[in-house]
Write a protein that binds this ligand. Structure first.
Ligand code: SAM
Ligand code: SF4
Length: 330
């Protein structure tokens, strides 16, 4: 059997983003509504099901898995799950995106479990603003989590910052300075219209070109052709070449042509594109076929022929996909 996953446009798929929970201890303004209803437990994939899915995808040629959510570190048993997925033969890299709140206690066990790299979200260095953006977050706890991650010895740590005018755009240079001072990479993300979050996203939209101009006021930038297998474009700072600064620009620079990824929601829906609703239900198949992977593998191959060519996000901020980011496995 041909195990390479290829979509209908000839793109090889070797990267899976696996959402391990829709729950979170934060309620970031761009990601969730203030009063979220989370999924009932039986609709969420069990740890064994998550592990099984990971094993099936690695068997189909997936080389990199990112655990995300929701906040992956609020899922009970996450360290053991990491250990089991990291041990799958054929997987090159297990990585995670986290809000950092639990890293003070979990950074070391996660590194020991085989997690290679971490992306940590950090939108502000001002405690009050941080609280306003995350609604519940404590900046001190997250900064302590970042310190714990640095000490735990991950191969690379990257900060993620969603830039919004009127909320944190003026902090872009300070966030770059923080990344440089701590030996971290940093990516700036354009806000995507996922889910109705009760505010007009268009008003605060800040393009990657504007973010880049803010950084260029302070630093000489060198364009870099580096790719991390993701949608970011990178620059390096002339005086601090060890720091990579990335721009993730779903609106202003479409990155779909090189898309190599699939997402699995925590309900077991395989999303073919973040910007479209089409998906297939793997949970039903996993539960109907507990001992044979063949029906699941066939369904994945079939679904890939329906992976869309590109997303259709617009910068006007209107909601085009009803799913919230925490349900998609951002
Ligand atoms: N809870 C973890 C965290 O915040 O890093 C992982 C899940 S979160 C959904 C993954 C990433 O998606 C975070 O970096 C977050 O900032 C980003 N994100 C969430 N909603 C977004 C949106 N509407 N547009 C752009 N990025 C978004
Ligand atoms: Fe939670 Fe991450 Fe969404 Fe913020 S972006 S609410 S931390 S899932």
């Amino acid at each position: 059997m041909d195990t390479q996953l290829q979509d209908g446009f000839g793109r090889t798929i070797d990267y899976l983003r696996l959402s391990v929970t829709d729950r979170c201890d934060f309620r970031c303004v761009y990601c969730m509504a203030e009063d979220m209803t989370f999924l009932p437990r039986q609709q969420v994939l069990a740890l064994e099901e998550l592990e099984r899915v990971a094993r099936i995808f690695v068997g189909l040629g997936v080389k990199k898995i990112r655990l995300t959510g929701g906040e992956p570190l609020v899922r009970k048993g996450i360290v053991g799950l990491c250990e089991r997925i990291a041990g799958l033969s054929g997987l090159r890299e297990l990585v995670m995106t986290s809000n950092g709140s639990q890293l003070g206690k979990l950074a070391r066990p996660l590194a020991k479990a085989g997690l290679k790299r971490l992306n940590i979200s950090l939108d502000s260095l001002d405690p009050e603003r941080f609280r306003a953006i995350t609604r519940t977050g404590d900046l001190r706890q997250v900064l302590a989590g970042i310190d714990a991650a640095r000490e735990a010895g991950f191969e690379r740590i990257k900060l993620n910052c969603v830039v919004m005018k009127g909320r944190n755009a003026d902090e872009v240079p300070a966030l770059v300075d923080y990344a440089v001072a701590n030996g971290l990479d940093i990516s700036f993300i354009e806000e995507m219209p996922l889910g109705a979050v009760g505010r007009d996203r268009g008003e605060s939209f800040c393009s990657s070109d504007e973010v880049r101009a803010l950084i260029a006021e302070r630093h000489a930038l060198i364009d870099s052709a580096e790719q991390s297998g993701g949608p970011a474009r990178y620059v390096r700072l002339l005086e601090h070449p060890q720091t990579r600064v990335g721009f993730i620009s779903p609106h202003s620079h479409n990155f779909c042509a090189t898309c190599n990824r699939l997402r699995l929601t925590v309900e077991g829906r395989l999303l073919l594109c973040l910007g479209h609703e089409n998906s297939i239900d793997l949970r039903g198949l996993l539960r109907r076929h507990p001992t044979s992977d063949t029906p699941i593998i066939d369904a994945i191959h079939g679904a890939l022929q329906r992976k869309p060519l590109r997303h259709e996000f617009s910068a006007a901020g209107e909601v085009q996909v009803l799913r919230f980011m925490n349900a998609s496995g951002g």
